[in-house]
Design a protein around this ligand. Structure first.
Ligand code: NCD
Length: 307
């Protein structure tokens, strides 16, 4: 694996091996004996993904080159390609990119001599979110196979919906979708369930944010929670062992009742924590595959964090 771009390119073995490394990294910190620079190029807003990449990079001993599209030469019309080539030229060893285009990585294919990680591509892909969601489910159930997982909400515009549905199916889960009429996605071939049925059958309910910024129409939200969201009443009908997930940011009171965000079944903040470990695992794997680091250039430090 030279880049981390799409769940379509990952084998089950690669996914499982990265999840194992991520678990191992939970209490680990590292030190680089040589300078290694990571550039986080976010062209779309981000809190969790960007900051967990920063924490992952720092815990690995990397230096991060911060970039803010809003006060960069992007404002002078510079393209993603020229921005990426600039960071490569000045010595970045790794690029983490989020961009509103579904296919931004095609412009870079074969044109860079450093690894690239996809931190979000339009409505199409969010493979590192998928990895942290898989880790969260493994921690809970010890497996993915045969679990019933419903992905519910704005299926049409969510990159998390697509990446997660594909990866979960690959690993043997029974994936269902639940969407507001008009938010279904023709290119995702999975059975749809109404939310009332979904909560009764599933082991995992994965809620999605309504992606207002990707709609070219405005959607009335006042009836969303009782009709399609995870209300208190629906939460009571979940299986005893079922868990609630959401990639966040959360529209409290729309896709989920605000009192359920931190309820016993919620793993929403656990997902965020896991984001650091999976990103550490992915970064190390790529840097090793490119020969940028090896066992001699990285020092494992003593454990300083214990959960
Ligand atoms: C998601 C994203 O950006 O796709 N957020 C995240 O990375 N945790 C989900 C969203 O924005 O709805």
């Amino acid at each position: 694996m030279k880049h981390f771009i799409s769940v379509d390119q990952l084998s089950n073995e690669q996914i499982l091996s990265l999840l194992k490394t991520a678990e191992d990294y939970r209490n680990s910190n590292f030190e680089m004996k040589v300078p290694v620079f990571a550039a986080n190029l976010f062209f779309e807003p981000s809190t969790r993904t960007k900051m967990s990449f920063v924490v992952a990079e720092r815990r690995l001993g990397l230096d991060n080159l911060d970039f803010h599209a809003g006060n960069s030469s992007v404002l002078k019309g510079e393209s993603l390609y020229d921005t990426a080539k600039t960071f490569e030229a000045i010595g970045a060893n790794l690029l983490v990119i989020r961009h509103e285009s579904d296919t931004w990585y095609e412009d870079l294919e074969g044109k860079l001599s450093i690894p690239v990680i996809n931190a979000g591509a339009g409505a199409a892909e969010h493979p590192t979110q998928t990895m942290l969601d898989l880790l969260t489910i493994y921690q809970e159930f010890g497996r993915i196979k045969d679990l019933k997982i419903v992905i519910a909400g704005d299926i049409k515009h969510s990159r998390v919906a697509r990446s997660n549905a594909i990866a979960l199916q690959k690993l043997g889960a029974k994936v269902y979708l639940s969407a507001v009429p008009g938010f279904e996605r023709e290119t995702l071939d999975f059975p749809y369930l109404p939310m009332d049925e979904a909560v009764e059958v599933c082991d995992v309910v994965m809620l999605l944010r309504v992606q207002h910024e990707r709609h070219d129409y405005s959607v009335g939200m006042q009836d969303y929670l009782p009709a399609y969201g995870l209300s208190k009443e629906r939460e009571k009908r979940l299986k005893k062992h079922a868990i609630i997930m959401h990639p966040a940011p959360i529209n409290r009171g729309i896709e989920i009742d605000t009192n359920l965000v931190e309820c016993k079944k919620s793993r929403i903040f656990k997902q965020m924590e896991n984001g650091v470990y999976v990103r550490m695992a992915i970064i190390t794997e790529l840097l090793k595959n490119w020969g940028i680091i090896n066992e001699n250039t990285i020092n494992k430090c003593q454990t300083i964090i214990s959960n």
